[in-house]
Design a protein around this ligand. Sequence first.
Ligand code: KMH
Ligand code: ZN
Length: 419
Amino acid sequence: MKAVIRVRIGSGEAHYAGQLVDGAKLLQLFGDVATELCIRADGDEGLFRAYESVEFLRPVRAGDFIEAEGRIVGWGTTSLKMEFVARKIISPAPAGAPESAADLLVEPEIVCRARGTCVVPASVRRPQPFGRPGPCILTAAIVGAETTRAQNPHLPLTAEELGEEAARCAQAGATVIHLHTRDDEGRASQETERFRAAIRAIRARTDVIVQTSTGGAVGMSVAERAGPLGLKGADAPEMATLNVGTINFGDDVFQNTAKDTIEMAGRIRAHGAIPEVEVYDAGHLDIARKLITDGQLAGPLHVQFVLGVPGALSASERNLAFLVERLGEFAALGVTCTWGVAGIGRHQLPMAELAITWGGNARVGLEDNIYLDKGVLAEGSAPLVARAAELCKARGRKVASVTEARALLGLSARAPHSA
Ligand code: KMH
Ligand code: ZN
């Protein structure tokens, strides 16, 4: 959750020689940003209890335009941990230019950073429509189509291994299993019967939500990729991915033409699974929005930002912030949606941490990343889920139970396992 204030510093605020402004002015701006965050979260102005750190990094002078931004980065029972940054976005032109000249700074200058804690007593807290985030849904992508045993010997391949790994991940806090299957040689397979066997093995051990891939592997046809949607009744997946745009995928091209996407969206709709829209690039949100306005896609849906695929949008804080902000476009269309992030490779846990902090959900697992720490292979996806669950704890987010995840994803109204 974020709040931003943009102000022009007037000449009356200059306190020191050279039109220099007192640092307290920036703290006042942070105070107002913090107040807005308390109101957004809890419907009350709250109180600023303490700054943990403040760094004044560049001078601020009369005539500067300052943008002060704050984010809630930790959710306590009564406390809200916040991070602030102030950027100079316009400054008066240097001496010699006309008196009223000013320059827009193409690269805004960070003038101050701070961390602090605000308190909103439980007695005055008033729930807000987009207030405190609910429990965090952890998805485990346990196998994927590309990861090999040679890269990580803990990769599950057979139906029984997938079932065992899903149960371990559920134990660690995962509520959704993003599922691919493999053939007897370990190659990606979208065959209906492979999915049936894997789903049965999973459901024999745990009540997690099963989300089947319709992305499959690069080069597969739409019909082939739709294999798991052939499962109905007790074996039906409750969710299915929908890939809406073509991207470079390492040295390959992961093709999702407009025609193919519309066809797959129709197949998912006919099946009744909740779609998870895979967003690898910013334009994919535009495609998804068009699918909605054209009546091809309807809520509730889950949006997964898959960031860091070589050839698509990189996994940066700035990119994620931009994408999350754009989800307001779906809300404006009346579409209920939840979101999560799947960072690729070394970006997996940092992206998960950002999503957890910002009220989103996170996907981890061997499909996207094989390491637990730098140079340390993850012994399956479960340790990665456990790490994400620790991050939830540190940031004050509850890890969703299966019942909670079902409610958040819009699955509660359905009988379990029947799409
Ligand atoms: N294996 C990737 C090419 C999905 O599951 O929907 C596509 C993929 C996406 O994994
Ligand atoms: Zn996948």
